[in-house]
Write a protein that binds this ligand. Structure first.
Ligand SMILES: Nc1ncnc2c1ncn2[C@@H]1O[C@H](COP(=O)(O)OP(=O)(O)O)[C@@H](O)[C@H]1O
Ligand SMILES: [Mg+2]
Length: 353
């Protein structure tokens, strides 16, 4: 917590990262200005994570430099990044669920003493919270917080650690749109106040338009475009991401959906916490159909896949394939087994779906 409150500017100059013969990042120069909310866009595999890992000292770049406030700096590891006031917030939470918000903040410090004087720490945490534009209840266990509150706490943790440049790696992927707007609204207010500079990796144009002031786009490891968000349309940004020639109109789908191939009726199974049930009824996939499962992460998608692949047993209900119930435990010959528990990953009877 020794860094100044002023938001730094960060530049990469000719950043290059090779993994063997493969160039994941090719001579990328970009600048996040002080107090800017900068979006980093690119398709999967474009090099976004590699770029930010080089900036944070997780990777030693093959070539290139990082400059903070216009001065070249050596970031050999995340500790150097911390000392320069650079921090990172990940897509998935890094908090300890069974600890309170206060405990999570205090243990994140590098200088946490072996014996913690909680009265003193709580006083200083409360004083810290007073200076923040948003608060999270300090005495609540993290596991009882909603996803939006957890992500707010992750950001508070970074500010508490004295980081004034934050890399947010898809920070809203487990949030509802309302939660995302609240969290990003607070972050954006801090950037506008000049207290924070942000580089946010995202795939959501809506969030780029609503919160970011500048954007950098990577494609296949190279800088594909950049500019103020207000000068660019979504089509411009998509073209930078994919290349204009590659944006085609999808072939029209034709034909009628056929008979039900897969059906789930009144199926109940324990969710991953083991305390609640998930219940799925009336889900049918017909021949020739593509059925999308929508929902915020953590609402049963993984459990549904596990039910379908025989890794999660049903308490009631049934799953049928072309009208035939899937026999629990029946293993398809040659089925793939989990390398650790040797359970079958696919317990459907052998037949073409
Ligand atoms: N540790 C690694 N070893 C080898 N190749 C890697 C490694 N990390 C990433 N890559 C490759 O580098 C490219 C860029 O990856 P990444 O930076 O993760 O992309 P993005 O975050 O934009 O999806 C990908 O082709 C990926 O497979
Ligand atoms: Mg990535």
């Amino acid at each position: 917590m020794t860094q100044s409150r002023k938001a730094p500017s960060i530049e990469t100059i000719g950043m290059t990262m090779r993994f063997g013969d493969f160039t994941a990042l090719d001579n990328v120069s970009m600048k996040v200005r002080s107090g800017s909310f900068h979006a980093l866009l690119g398709e999967n595999g474009a090099g976004k994570s590699t770029l930010v890992k080089c900036m944070m000292g997780f990777y030693a770049a093959t070539d290139g430099q990082v400059a903070v406030n216009g001065k070249e700096v050596a970031i050999r590891d995340p500790r150097d990044a911390h000392d320069l006031g650079l921090g990172m917030v990940y897509q998935h939470f890094t908090l300890v669920p069974s600890l309170t918000a206060a405990e999570n903040l205090v243990i994140a410090r590098i200088d946490t003493p072996a014996m913690i004087d909680w009265r003193r720490e709580m006083k200083s945490l409360e004083a810290f919270m007073q200076t923040m534009p948003f608060i999270v209840p300090l005495d609540r266990r993290v596991e009882s917080l909603a996803a939006g509150e957890k992500q707010k706490l992750e950001i508070l943790k970074q500010l508490y650690l004295g980081h004034r440049f934050l890399i947010l790696d898809e920070p809203t992927s487990v949030l509802t749109p309302l939660e995302a707007d609240e969290v990003l609204g607070h972050v954006s207010a801090l950037t506008k106040a000049g207290e924070l500079s942000v580089l946010m990796i995202t795939h959501k144009f809506r969030e780029v338009r609503a919160f970011a002031d500048e954007v950098t786009v990577l494609r296949r490891g190279k800088l594909a475009g950049k500019g103020p968000v207000s000068d660019l349309t979504n089509e411009d940004m998509a073209a930078m991401m994919m290349g204009r020639s590659e944006i085609g109109t999808p072939a029209p789908r034709h034909g009628e959906a056929g008979e039900p191939v897969l059906a789930i009726e009144n199926a109940t199974a324990l969710d991953r916490s083991g305390y609640k049930d998930i219940h799925i009824d009336g889900l049918t996939v017909r021949a020739g159909e593509i059925v999308g499962i929508a929902g915020i992460s953590g609402n049963g998608q993984v459990e549904l896949m596990e039910m379908l692949t025989g890794q999660r047993s049903l308490k009631q209900g049934r799953i049928t394939v072309r009208g035939r119930p899937i026999a629990p435990g029946a293993t398809r010959p040659g089925a793939t087994r989990c390398a650790t528990c040797r359970k079958s990953l696919w317990s459907m009877p052998a037949r073409r779906i």
